[in-house]
Design a protein around this ligand. Structure first.
Ligand SMILES: C[S@@+](CC[C@H](N)C(=O)[O-])C[C@H]1O[C@@H](n2cnc3c(N)ncnc32)[C@H](O)[C@@H]1O
Length: 238
Protein backbone atom coordinates (compact mmCIF):
# COMPACT_ATOMS: atom_id res chain seq x y z
CA UNK A 1 0.00 0.00 0.00
CA UNK A 2 3.07 2.22 0.14
CA UNK A 3 2.43 3.43 -3.39
CA UNK A 4 -0.85 5.02 -2.45
CA UNK A 5 -1.61 8.33 -0.88
CA UNK A 6 -2.74 7.10 2.48
CA UNK A 7 -4.54 8.59 5.40
CA UNK A 8 -4.09 7.62 8.99
CA UNK A 9 -7.65 6.68 9.48
CA UNK A 10 -9.13 6.79 12.91
CA UNK A 11 -11.39 3.98 12.03
CA UNK A 12 -15.07 4.43 12.58
CA UNK A 13 -15.53 0.72 12.09
CA UNK A 14 -15.44 0.19 15.82
CA UNK A 15 -19.18 0.64 15.61
CA UNK A 16 -20.52 -2.69 14.54
CA UNK A 17 -23.47 -4.88 15.23
CA UNK A 18 -21.50 -6.60 17.99
CA UNK A 19 -20.54 -3.38 19.82
CA UNK A 20 -23.77 -1.57 19.07
CA UNK A 21 -26.89 -2.18 21.15
CA UNK A 22 -27.94 -5.74 20.76
CA UNK A 23 -30.88 -6.91 18.71
CA UNK A 24 -31.32 -9.65 21.22
CA UNK A 25 -33.18 -7.95 24.03
CA UNK A 26 -34.95 -10.99 25.30
CA UNK A 27 -33.39 -10.55 28.78
CA UNK A 28 -34.17 -6.89 29.16
CA UNK A 29 -37.14 -5.15 27.64
CA UNK A 30 -35.54 -1.70 28.32
CA UNK A 31 -32.35 -2.24 26.28
CA UNK A 32 -32.38 0.26 23.40
CA UNK A 33 -32.58 -1.30 19.98
CA UNK A 34 -31.46 0.20 16.66
CA UNK A 35 -32.79 -1.11 13.43
CA UNK A 36 -30.17 -2.09 10.83
CA UNK A 37 -31.36 0.90 8.78
CA UNK A 38 -30.72 3.34 11.68
CA UNK A 39 -27.40 1.69 12.43
CA UNK A 40 -26.29 2.08 8.80
CA UNK A 41 -27.32 5.76 8.84
CA UNK A 42 -25.41 6.30 12.09
CA UNK A 43 -22.29 4.69 10.64
CA UNK A 44 -22.53 6.86 7.56
CA UNK A 45 -22.90 9.99 9.71
CA UNK A 46 -19.86 9.08 11.85
CA UNK A 47 -17.84 8.25 8.76
CA UNK A 48 -18.62 11.68 7.28
CA UNK A 49 -17.67 13.40 10.53
CA UNK A 50 -14.39 11.51 10.52
CA UNK A 51 -13.50 12.42 6.95
CA UNK A 52 -14.17 16.10 7.73
CA UNK A 53 -11.82 16.07 10.70
CA UNK A 54 -9.24 14.12 8.67
CA UNK A 55 -9.07 16.88 6.06
CA UNK A 56 -6.77 19.12 8.04
CA UNK A 57 -5.05 16.76 10.40
CA UNK A 58 -4.11 13.57 8.68
CA UNK A 59 -0.64 12.67 7.57
CA UNK A 60 -0.08 11.94 3.90
CA UNK A 61 2.30 9.13 3.05
CA UNK A 62 4.11 8.93 -0.25
CA UNK A 63 6.19 6.26 -1.88
CA UNK A 64 9.42 5.64 -0.01
CA UNK A 65 12.28 8.07 -0.60
CA UNK A 66 14.83 7.02 -3.21
CA UNK A 67 17.98 8.87 -2.23
CA UNK A 68 19.60 8.06 -5.61
CA UNK A 69 17.00 10.49 -7.02
CA UNK A 70 17.73 13.03 -4.31
CA UNK A 71 14.32 12.42 -2.77
CA UNK A 72 13.75 13.93 0.64
CA UNK A 73 10.12 14.41 1.56
CA UNK A 74 8.91 17.37 3.63
CA UNK A 75 7.68 16.75 7.11
CA UNK A 76 3.95 17.29 7.51
CA UNK A 77 4.23 20.77 9.06
CA UNK A 78 6.31 22.00 6.14
CA UNK A 79 4.02 20.42 3.56
CA UNK A 80 0.90 21.88 5.21
CA UNK A 81 2.41 25.36 5.58
CA UNK A 82 3.49 25.53 1.95
CA UNK A 83 0.22 23.98 0.74
CA UNK A 84 -1.79 26.60 2.69
CA UNK A 85 0.23 29.37 1.07
CA UNK A 86 -0.21 27.88 -2.40
CA UNK A 87 -3.97 27.51 -1.91
CA UNK A 88 -4.19 31.13 -0.75
CA UNK A 89 -2.30 32.24 -3.86
CA UNK A 90 -4.14 30.08 -6.36
CA UNK A 91 -7.54 31.09 -4.98
CA UNK A 92 -6.47 34.74 -5.01
CA UNK A 93 -5.49 34.77 -8.68
CA UNK A 94 -7.75 31.92 -9.81
CA UNK A 95 -4.87 29.95 -11.29
CA UNK A 96 -3.77 26.40 -11.77
CA UNK A 97 -0.68 25.33 -9.81
CA UNK A 98 2.49 23.72 -11.16
CA UNK A 99 4.59 21.65 -8.74
CA UNK A 100 8.07 21.05 -10.13
CA UNK A 101 9.69 18.06 -8.41
CA UNK A 102 7.73 18.37 -5.16
CA UNK A 103 5.38 15.41 -4.98
CA UNK A 104 4.69 15.78 -1.25
CA UNK A 105 3.31 19.24 -1.87
CA UNK A 106 1.10 17.89 -4.65
CA UNK A 107 -0.30 15.24 -2.30
CA UNK A 108 -1.03 17.73 0.49
CA UNK A 109 -2.62 20.21 -1.90
CA UNK A 110 -5.01 17.57 -3.18
CA UNK A 111 -5.71 16.40 0.35
CA UNK A 112 -6.42 19.89 1.64
CA UNK A 113 -8.45 20.91 -1.41
CA UNK A 114 -9.49 18.07 -3.73
CA UNK A 115 -10.77 20.61 -6.28
CA UNK A 116 -7.51 22.50 -6.73
CA UNK A 117 -6.02 22.13 -10.21
CA UNK A 118 -2.39 20.99 -9.82
CA UNK A 119 0.12 19.56 -12.26
CA UNK A 120 3.02 17.56 -10.85
CA UNK A 121 6.15 17.62 -13.02
CA UNK A 122 8.38 14.84 -11.72
CA UNK A 123 11.09 12.45 -12.88
CA UNK A 124 10.00 9.49 -10.77
CA UNK A 125 7.40 7.54 -12.71
CA UNK A 126 5.96 6.00 -9.56
CA UNK A 127 3.89 9.21 -9.45
CA UNK A 128 2.08 8.15 -12.60
CA UNK A 129 -0.41 6.97 -9.99
CA UNK A 130 -1.73 10.57 -10.07
CA UNK A 131 -3.01 10.04 -13.61
CA UNK A 132 -3.30 13.09 -15.85
CA UNK A 133 -2.06 15.34 -13.01
CA UNK A 134 1.39 13.79 -13.53
CA UNK A 135 3.82 14.88 -16.24
CA UNK A 136 7.21 13.25 -16.71
CA UNK A 137 9.91 15.88 -16.26
CA UNK A 138 13.69 15.73 -16.51
CA UNK A 139 15.37 19.01 -15.58
CA UNK A 140 18.08 18.26 -18.18
CA UNK A 141 15.42 18.87 -20.84
CA UNK A 142 13.63 21.87 -19.38
CA UNK A 143 11.22 22.47 -22.24
CA UNK A 144 10.44 18.91 -23.23
CA UNK A 145 6.96 19.26 -21.86
CA UNK A 146 3.46 18.98 -23.32
CA UNK A 147 2.43 22.13 -25.16
CA UNK A 148 -0.78 22.45 -23.13
CA UNK A 149 1.36 23.31 -20.09
CA UNK A 150 2.99 26.23 -21.85
CA UNK A 151 2.23 29.67 -20.34
CA UNK A 152 -0.55 28.19 -18.23
CA UNK A 153 0.41 28.91 -14.60
CA UNK A 154 0.49 31.91 -12.31
CA UNK A 155 1.49 29.85 -9.29
CA UNK A 156 4.61 27.68 -9.53
CA UNK A 157 6.54 25.85 -6.83
CA UNK A 158 9.88 24.13 -7.44
CA UNK A 159 12.18 21.95 -5.37
CA UNK A 160 15.07 21.00 -7.68
CA UNK A 161 16.92 17.74 -7.14
CA UNK A 162 20.41 19.28 -7.02
CA UNK A 163 22.07 22.28 -5.39
CA UNK A 164 23.94 23.39 -8.50
CA UNK A 165 23.84 26.51 -10.66
CA UNK A 166 23.21 24.39 -13.75
CA UNK A 167 20.18 22.69 -12.17
CA UNK A 168 18.70 26.00 -11.01
CA UNK A 169 19.21 27.59 -14.43
CA UNK A 170 17.43 24.71 -16.11
CA UNK A 171 14.57 24.85 -13.64
CA UNK A 172 14.36 28.59 -14.39
CA UNK A 173 13.90 27.71 -18.08
CA UNK A 174 11.05 25.41 -17.13
CA UNK A 175 9.49 28.20 -15.06
CA UNK A 176 9.66 30.50 -18.12
CA UNK A 177 7.98 27.80 -20.18
CA UNK A 178 5.19 27.25 -17.65
CA UNK A 179 4.45 30.79 -16.53
CA UNK A 180 1.60 32.85 -17.84
CA UNK A 181 2.64 36.27 -19.10
CA UNK A 182 2.25 38.88 -16.38
CA UNK A 183 1.77 38.16 -12.72
CA UNK A 184 3.65 35.18 -11.33
CA UNK A 185 3.86 33.78 -7.80
CA UNK A 186 6.96 31.64 -7.59
CA UNK A 187 8.16 29.62 -4.60
CA UNK A 188 11.45 27.76 -4.50
CA UNK A 189 12.46 25.30 -1.80
CA UNK A 190 16.14 24.55 -1.84
CA UNK A 191 19.37 24.73 0.12
CA UNK A 192 20.49 27.96 1.72
CA UNK A 193 23.64 27.66 -0.42
CA UNK A 194 21.53 28.62 -3.44
CA UNK A 195 20.55 31.98 -1.93
CA UNK A 196 22.71 34.21 -4.14
CA UNK A 197 21.86 32.28 -7.28
CA UNK A 198 18.14 32.29 -6.49
CA UNK A 199 18.28 36.09 -6.33
CA UNK A 200 20.40 36.39 -9.47
CA UNK A 201 18.62 33.87 -11.70
CA UNK A 202 15.03 34.15 -10.52
CA UNK A 203 14.85 37.30 -8.39
CA UNK A 204 13.87 35.24 -5.36
CA UNK A 205 14.45 36.09 -1.71
CA UNK A 206 14.24 33.95 1.43
CA UNK A 207 11.27 33.82 3.77
CA UNK A 208 11.60 33.36 7.53
CA UNK A 209 9.85 30.00 7.48
CA UNK A 210 12.29 27.07 7.51
CA UNK A 211 11.32 23.94 5.60
CA UNK A 212 12.04 20.61 7.28
CA UNK A 213 12.14 17.06 6.03
CA UNK A 214 11.12 13.68 7.38
CA UNK A 215 14.74 12.57 7.17
CA UNK A 216 17.25 14.82 8.86
CA UNK A 217 19.34 16.62 6.23
CA UNK A 218 22.81 18.07 6.64
CA UNK A 219 21.97 21.14 4.51
CA UNK A 220 20.04 24.13 5.79
CA UNK A 221 16.93 24.53 3.65
CA UNK A 222 15.12 27.74 2.80
CA UNK A 223 11.90 28.81 1.16
CA UNK A 224 12.37 31.57 -1.42
CA UNK A 225 9.64 33.67 -3.02
CA UNK A 226 9.43 36.30 -5.75
CA UNK A 227 6.75 38.24 -3.83
CA UNK A 228 6.37 39.68 -0.37
CA UNK A 229 4.25 37.24 1.65
CA UNK A 230 3.56 39.88 4.30
CA UNK A 231 3.17 38.24 7.70
CA UNK A 232 2.83 34.77 6.16
CA UNK A 233 5.76 32.34 5.87
CA UNK A 234 7.64 34.22 8.58
CA UNK A 235 8.00 37.35 6.45
CA UNK A 236 10.40 38.19 3.68
CA UNK A 237 14.14 38.83 4.02
CA UNK A 238 14.77 41.23 1.21
C1 LIG B 1 14.85 17.47 -3.18
S1 LIG B 1 13.54 16.44 -3.80
C2 LIG B 1 12.16 17.46 -3.59
C3 LIG B 1 10.98 16.71 -2.98
C4 LIG B 1 10.21 17.55 -1.99
N1 LIG B 1 11.02 17.83 -0.83
C5 LIG B 1 8.94 16.85 -1.58
O1 LIG B 1 8.83 16.44 -0.41
O2 LIG B 1 8.03 16.74 -2.40
C6 LIG B 1 13.90 16.50 -5.50
C7 LIG B 1 12.90 15.88 -6.45
O3 LIG B 1 13.50 15.87 -7.75
C8 LIG B 1 13.17 14.66 -8.40
N2 LIG B 1 14.20 14.37 -9.42
C9 LIG B 1 15.24 13.51 -9.36
N3 LIG B 1 15.92 13.52 -10.51
C10 LIG B 1 15.30 14.43 -11.33
C11 LIG B 1 15.55 14.88 -12.67
N4 LIG B 1 16.54 14.42 -13.41
N5 LIG B 1 14.70 15.80 -13.17
C12 LIG B 1 13.69 16.28 -12.45
N6 LIG B 1 13.40 15.90 -11.19
C13 LIG B 1 14.22 14.97 -10.62
C14 LIG B 1 13.12 13.64 -7.30
O4 LIG B 1 12.36 12.52 -7.68
C15 LIG B 1 12.52 14.45 -6.15
O5 LIG B 1 11.11 14.35 -6.13
Amino acid sequence: MEDQLKLNPNSVNGLSESSAPSYDNSDDEDTPVLSSHTLAALKEFLSEQQSHSDAGDSEVSLVSEDWRLSQFWYDSETAKTVAEEVLTLSNGVDSRVACIACPTLYAYLKKMDPYVSVQLLEYDKRFEQYGSDYTFYDYNHPEELPSELKHSYKVIVADPPYLSKECLEKVAETVSFLRQPGELFLLLLTGEVQKERAAEILDLHPCGFRPHHSSKLGNEFRLFSNYDPGTRLGGWEK
